[in-house]
Write a protein that binds this ligand. Structure first.
Ligand code: DON
Length: 303
């Protein structure tokens, strides 16, 4: 498969495509990013990689971090599924209403409420969750330069009214163990991690490679956890647009409001794309188009 030729076609076709939409203004630090950024990077199981555009420029990974925290929390066994479900929400990522009906149990670990519960679990089990999360991401990417962006974390903390409401509401319903401020601080830091599409594609190779790091072959998560996390990415990775992403792209994936999307084809490749303009569901519109083109032109999707 000539992936580079296919990526070149995608770049040419979409470079001038203006998807409309906007950068998120509820995290002011993110609204300063140029909406014209566009990059894509694909890593294959063979170690070969292909790319175009702003593929090595770092951006805020935001909700993509929820996959990393879930991978860490999976070590604490089946008990986590008593506190967070695995069903698509059909609601926006920061919705409050579903929680009331469902007694404080979030629909899945990728909506904000679910990831706040995962943050709570990590805080209960780890001595220094911020350090251990960063070390995990650095390990799977084999890159020690990956770091938090303190300014993005501070910017979100200042305006994080929704997340503050979500965590306190779940605490009132008994689904939060630790101090709300501590959970929010960890959550805002996890979302602020800054990575390029090249680093994200490499990191997500653990989900294409049965839980093994591409470069070292070291197993960091069990194959069974990979199966489950890929399934949740497929059904819940794009919130109330998970069906649309599945329909158009046909791969498990995860988006973030920094404009990044990562998708995985088990046993084949991991691919990341970045384009900051978001549609009304909070997903990168051009990123989705690029991935749709990729699975169409390669003829490779999980379906
Ligand atoms: O908590 C928030 O709202 C953001 N830090 C993350 C949301 C996000 O990335 C949703 N993804 N598309």
């Amino acid at each position: 498969m000539d992936y580079q030729a296919i990526l070149n076609v995608i770049e040419k076709e979409l470079k001038q495509f203006n998807p409309g939409g906007k950068v998120p203004d509820y995290i002011p630090e993110l609204s300063a990013v140029s909406p014209d950024k566009f990059g894509m990077h694909l890593y294959c199981l063979s170690g070969e990689h292909f790319f175009f555009g702003d593929s090595s420029e770092r951006f805020s990974i935001q909700s993509i971090s929820k996959v990393f925290t879930l991978a860490l929390a999976k070590k604490y066994g089946k008990k986590i599924w008593r506190r967070v479900d695995v069903e698509p929400s059909g609601d926006p990522f920061n919705s409050l209403t579903q929680l009331e009906k469902e007694k404080g149990i979030p629909r899945n670990p990728f909506i904000n409420a679910g990831s706040l519960v995962i943050a709570d679990i990590l805080i209960s089990h780890l001595d220094n969750p911020k350090k251990e999360l960063l070390e995990f991401v650095q390990l799977i990417t084999q890159d020690e330069t990956i770091n938090y962006d303190e300014e993005v974390a501070a910017s979100e903390k200042k305006h994080g009214y929704r997340n503050i409401a979500l965590v306190n509401y779940m605490k009132s319903l008994g689904n939060i163990e630790n101090n709300a401020d501590e959970i929010l601080d960890f959550y805002f830091y996890q979302c602020s991690i800054s990575m390029s599409t090249e680093q994200l594609a490499k990191a997500f190779m653990i989900f294409a490679n049965e839980g093994r790091i591409l470069e070292t072959n070291e197993r960091v998560i069990k194959p069974n956890s990979v199966k489950r996390i890929n399934a949740i990415m497929q059904t819940c990775g794009f919130y109330d647009e998970a069906g649309e992403f599945s329909f158009r792209v046909g791969l498990p994936g995860k988006s973030g409001v920094g404009g990044g999307i990562v998708a995985v084809h088990p046993q084949q490749y991991a691919v990341a794309v970045w384009s900051p303009l978001l549609n009304e569901k909070g997903n990168s519109e051009k990123g989705m188009r690029a991935l749709e083109e990729l699975t169409t032109l390669t003829g490779l999707s999980i379906f």
